[in-house]
Design a protein around this ligand. Structure first.
Ligand SMILES: Nc1ncnc2c1ncn2[C@@H]1O[C@H](COP(=O)(O)OP(=O)(O)OP(=O)(O)O)[C@@H](O)[C@H]1O
Length: 202
């Protein structure tokens, strides 16, 4: 089955006393990026977590068009945290994710080369810089083939070259019919992009 779209209908999200949004319609189609923008605290991360199935909406529904019932098995989710275990080597971190996420993408060493971490595989991950940890998180996208990418500020801490590499990965994923939703404060250079702005008063 081919994933065609990730669709949220009539979504509301309340966190604490705050109603972040309500009655929100979201549609991300395969092959075209959806970028979520808005000020700090507007609810971008909350919306991404709802679309990824990690947070229940206060109201509304999320469905995958094509690909069956569960978003999770089709999903790469990158949160603010890099999900890197400092005590493991760089390569072991990525090998772990490759297994957990089902593989089918690049080999670990190939993916490390692609993100500019070639030769650092045997280092303990705790010594990586912030941008290198982000590169390692992005390498997860390459080691397992998954059609739905939900990415929370994916280019945070990346230098200009790494941002360009990320944009190339994203564009290749979209060109192959993948689906990509990203929250961001900075342009991502993903080609044809739909924009969803949060932060109006619900
Ligand atoms: N677990 C929680 N309990 C209560 N409030 C929360 C919780 N998580 C987030 N919030 C609040 O929800 C609001 C939206 O947070 P969210 O992280 O979705 O915003 P954002 O648009 O991604 O912000 P940023 O641009 O700063 O990353 C914030 O006011 C935040 O304090």
């Amino acid at each position: 089955m081919t994933v065609k779209a990730l669709v949220g209908d009539n979504l509301s999200c309340r966190r604490g006393f705050k109603l972040l949004f309500e009655g929100l319609a979201v549609s991300a189609a395969a092959g075209r990026a959806l970028v979520v923008v808005g000020p700090n605290g507007a609810g971008k991360s909350s919306l991404l977590r709802i679309l990824a199935g990690l947070l229940a909406p206060t109201a509304g529904t999320v469905r995958l068009d094509g690909g069956g019932e569960s978003v999770g098995e089709h999903l790469h989710y990158l949160g603010h945290e890099d999900a890197v275990k400092g005590a493991l080597t760089v390569a072991a971190n990525l090998a772990f994710w490759r297994t957990v996420l089902g593989g089918g993408g690049l080999e670990v060493e190939e993916a490390l080369e692609e993100v500019g971490l070639g030769g650092l595989g045997r280092l303990r991950a705790q010594v990586l810089s912030a941008g290198q940890k982000r590169r390692l998180a992005i390498a997860r996208l390459l080691v397992a083939k998954r059609p739905v990418w939900v990415l929370d500020e994916p280019t945070t801490a990346l230098d200009v070259k790494a941002q360009a590499r990320f944009a190339a990965f994203g564009r290749a994923h979209l060109a192959a019919g993948g689906l990509l939703i990203a929250a961001t404060h900075a342009p991502l250079d993903l080609g044809e992009t739909d924009e969803l702005r949060l932060g109006g008063r619900p």
